[in-house]
Design a protein around this ligand. Structure first.
Ligand code: CAO
Length: 464
């Protein structure tokens, strides 16, 4: 005949009213001898209460959040025919009085249901031992949190139980269970690498790391590109990237991933500016440098940045403050034999056009010769990438983080513009402003390029 046994909380030292933090079984579940039924947690330790023998759970007397003390009944267990409570003297004797038998069983259960923490302390992993010593403080913190939670809201309902067939509690020490609970890890999903599949602290850490990197793949990282043997399709040769190529690759990739880019396209009529530039060309050549369009563009950008301070700013690390800069240092992308470099023209706002043209020639020459110093490439507040000397109608430059905007300039060309009732030929410069949409709205970007185009369209306005 199957016999019913009350499984009770064993001797747990001087602690009364400890919390039930996990219930592994429900009515109808089959359990093996020594299988964990519940975990209780005192201020100092977590203990798992095991089944004294194999059998079927008839009734679970506790729920997560209940308080129990030594002797509290936690489960009514129907022991299998012929099963003995592990090490039970009662089971060895023939048919004692039922009352005596139950008392005996209960006493034996107390003896045999040694809290598993004792076993845990013998685990070989050094980190687990260290963890047990550290647990006290963590437990106290957790206890405080629980108390606060209880004061703030009704006692939480027990977790929804899984069907008995699927309910095979993970094999792990109380300290590992607590560690997993703190991290919100369901041990049922963790593979154990310890003896008999026991889950160790390291297994929980490995599980968390793998989940974090999975999340990373889903959120930030790119699916890997296929590895292709290009040699299969024809002759190939490999060329190592220069140091500058690699740095540029890292920087543009970082900017591209961090900054939501939008590019605003516009046009500036630079017919009059170009005429003015040409008339002053001789004078600058006499001084030993070329008066390039870029010098005018630098000055016009500084003026526009002054009128639109958000474009001359950076987000701080928290992403909650905008650092507005009251200086106007503009980086200029220079195409060099070793790769792209961005030397900085400092204090563009206070320099004259000739001065800017001369400095631009000097610094771009040094960039091409590989002679830039650290100061030459630091402190930019905005950048310009001019491809107009080469060609193209438009492009989308990548922002040079932590700046928040960059102006791309494509090739100016003569276009028919409808003016005063007729089409007239005008030199039109394409502008491409990429901006950080976290900081700059589309309307502001359109105003920025409109303002810039108006300065380039009438260079007298630069003097205002
Ligand atoms: N439209 C039409 N013609 C243009 C022009 C434009 N937007 N910009 C320059 N030009 C003309 C110049 O007037 C010059 O003509 P002339 O020889 O007849 O006077 C010629 O193109 C060559 O100009 P330049 O390139 O020597 O001088 P610059 O001041 O315009 O540019 C610099 C200097 C350093 C920007 C340039 O040499 C350079 O390296 N450009 C490449 C930048 C780059 O790689 N950007 C991409 C970065 S990745 O986003």
């Amino acid at each position: 005949m199957p016999k019913l046994t009350e499984v009770r909380v064993p001797d747990i030292g001087d602690f009364d009213n400890v919390d039930v933090v996990e219930v592994f079984v429900e009515a109808g579940a089959h359990v093996d001898a020594e299988q964990s039924l519940i975990t209780i947690e005192s201020e100092k330790a977590s203990l798992e209460i095991p089944a004294p023998a194999a059998g079927t759970v008839k009734e679970v007397k506790v729920s997560v959040g209940d308080k129990v003390s030594e002797g509290s009944v936690i489960v009514i267990l129907e022991m299998e025919d012929g099963t003995e409570e592990a090490g039970s003297d009662a089971a060895k004797k023939e048919e004692p009085a039922r009352e005596n038998k139950e008392k005996k069983a209960s006493a034996d259960a107390k003896k045999k249901q040694q809290p598993k923490v004792a076993e845990d302390e013998q685990e070989p992993e050094a980190d687990e031992k260290a963890e047990t010593e550290d647990d006290t403080e963590a437990d106290e913190d957790q206890e405080e949190e629980r108390e606060e939670e209880k004061a703030a809201k009704p006692r939480p309902a027990p977790e929804t139980p899984t069907p008995p067939a699927a309910r095979s509690p993970a094999h792990a020490s109380p300290s590992v269970r607590r560690f997993a609970r703190e991290l919100g890890v369901d041990l049922d999903h963790v593979d154990g690498s310890g003896p008999k599949g026991r889950i160790l602290k390291g297994d929980v850490q490995t599980f968390v790391k793998s989940r974090v990197s999975e999340d990373g793949r889903g959120t930030f990282s790119l699916p890997p590109l296929p590895q292709i043997d290009f040699g299969k399709f024809g002759e190939v040769e490999s060329e190592p990237l220069t140091k500058i190529n690699k740095l540029t690759a890292r920087n543009v990739h970082r900017s591209w991933l961090h900054i939501p880019h939008v590019t605003q396209f516009d046009e500036a009529d630079i017919t009059d500016l170009e005429e003015f530039r040409k008339t002053n060309q001789k004078e600058s050549e006499a001084k030993g440098f070329k008066l390039t369009f870029l010098a005018f563009l630098l000055k016009a950008c500084a003026g526009t940045l002054r009128s639109f301070p958000r474009f001359n700013a950076s987000l701080d690390e928290s992403g909650e403050q905008l650092v507005l800069k009251h200086y106007f240092n503009i980086g200029v992308a220079v195409d060099t034999p070793r790769g792209l470099l961005v030397p900085v023209i400092h204090e563009v706002d206070v320099k004259g056009i000739f001065e800017l043209a001369e400095e631009l020639a000097e610094i771009s020459g040094r960039a091409r010769a590989g002679k830039l110093g650290p100061k030459d490439i630091q402190g930019a507040t905005f950048s310009i990438s001019s491809l107009g000397g080469i060609g193209g109608t438009a492009f989308t430059p990548i922002i040079n983080a932590p700046e928040v905007a960059i102006l791309g300039v494509a090739r100016a060309s003569m276009k028919p513009v409808y003016r005063g009732g007729q089409f007239v030929p005008r030199l039109i410069l394409p502008l491409c402003l990429s901006y950080d949409h976290r900081v700059i709205d589309g309307a502001a970007a359109a105003r920025f390029t409109t303002h810039l185009a108006s300065l380039l369209g009438d260079i007298r306005r630069l003097a205002l």
